[in-house]
Unconditional design. Sequence first.
Length: 220
Amino acid sequence: MPSQTILVLATRNQGKTTEIRGLLRDYPVEIRNLDDFGPIPPIEEDGQTFEENAYKKASLTARYLGLPALADDSGLVVDALGGAPGIFSARYAGADATDAERCRKLLQELSAHKDRNAHFACVISVAVPTGPALTYEASCHGTIAEAPVGSNGFGYDPVFFYPDLGRTFAQLSMEEKGRISHRGKALRELRDEFDKVSAWIERHLPPVEAVGCRGGENDR
């Protein structure tokens, strides 16, 4: 992908933006997010699956801005809660809740359950303004801790315990988390095909039309 190619992240979440920029820092693509642009119409995440939400965010962002866009829809899936919070992870404790409030609600809901198995799921959609999109997905399995631990990351990271490392996601460095997280795995799939993705974007972007300058008779 040419060095000046812009890929817009369809988010204003600074934690997510920092994470994705870190994971793609060695690749020739300029990463921006919605804060780098003027207002665009809000996008309602009303899909029934992570894939539907990711595609809607990526495709509408690409259409509004006229640039390739990347969106991910990810969330925490807890077995004992029937898959909740799932696609509602960001709004689990209310639209304006903080990460700490979401973690607190999750722990309250799980207080009567012995089964604390859970996994993070992620679907990434890369879309162009004309509509087509590429999809990547991955998951990461762990358990829900009894209490929040750690100060790194964002979202449910303080309560998501990863047994293989014996720590929560919030106790991991960005590099450690990127190697094993749901989003890191999905992005690595994207990176492994970066040449193909680049060619696909180039092929699907609308051609740039040359605009001629025609003067009137008095200019001749």
